[in-house]
Design a binder for this molecule. Structure first.
Ligand SMILES: [Fe+2]
Ligand SMILES: [Fe+2]
Length: 258
């Protein structure tokens, strides 16, 4: 009997340690845990009632058991709230309404007109970046110009792709992609700046600054979008990843310039 009690106490202590760590755990990790924690705790209580532990230990165990029950109730509530419940009839009814909105459904919670505005700023920024890189690719001269010009040309092609992807997303959201030349400089977050043909360092620095600007802005937009518009967020996340690569490439090239 003593051995059995020892094992119960050992299990109980282990489980209590786990529960004390509860605040740092997710519901999923709790769900991996057998629900027998409370049963173990109750067994210990029953055991203590038989007088095998001191009254002080019994009181402490009572407090622990109460804590276990509170945590279990809380976790059940949270798990219920997090359950994915699909009301297919409601989804079908909503999909049949507002078909003029195209890809924009009620599940897309973001303020669509604001997202369109933000995306049109991205379009303008990417086009200005394309033009700046392309200009630098054409004008770069000097003994070190080969790899630098090639990198500029590669980045230019990527920026144009980014611009077109953002413009297509604007269209999907029911907006008008703003490609008007007179608005580009106004909307762009980065500047168009030319340099002397031999000033590779100036070009690299200017483009690196521009990349760092868009990295910061896209990170902020991604945080702002949150879970509201996952498609736009994923698009910007993929663009952001390429901008980070561009910044890395430019920083590496800068170290090779005399
Ligand atoms: Fe870009
Ligand atoms: Fe870039």
């Amino acid at each position: 009997m003593d051995l059995l009690v020892d094992r119960w106490i050992e299990d109980f202590e282990e489980n209590i340690a786990f529960i004390r760590d509860f605040s740092s755990l997710t519901v999923n990790s709790w769900c991996d845990r057998p629900q027998s924690v409370v049963i173990v705790a109750q067994s210990i209580c029953t055991t203590t009632d038989s007088g095998l532990t001191t009254s002080a230990e019994r009181r402490r165990l009572d407090v622990e058991v109460a804590a276990v029950r509170t945590v279990e109730t809380t976790l059940e509530d949270v798990a219920m709230a997090n359950q994915f419940v699909l009301d297919i009839a409601e989804v079908k009814a909503q999909a049949a309404q507002h078909m003029d909105r195209g890809a924009v459904t009620d599940g897309n919670q973001s303020r669509t007109s604001q997202v369109i505005d933000v995306l049109n700023d991205v379009v303008a920024t990417e086009i200005v970046c394309y033009m700046r890189y392309q200009r630098h690719a054409i004008s770069a001269a000097g003994i070190n110009s080969g790899p630098v010009a090639a990198e500029f040309a590669e980045h230019a092609a990527a920026e144009l792709r980014h611009a077109m992807s953002a413009a297509e997303r604007v269209n999907q959201l029911g907006g008008d992609p703003d490609l008007s030349p007179e608005k580009l400089a106004e909307r762009s977050h980065t500047d168009y700046k030319a340099f002397d043909d031999a000033d590779l360092e100036g070009m690299l620095q200017e483009n690196l600054i521009a990349e760092r600007i868009v990295i910061e802005i896209y990170q902020q937009v991604i945080r702002w979008l949150g879970e509201d518009d996952p498609t736009t967020r994923r698009l910007l996340e993929s663009i952001l990843a390429e901008e980070e690569e561009h910044a890395d490439d430019l920083a590496d090239l800068l170290t090779t310039i005399d």
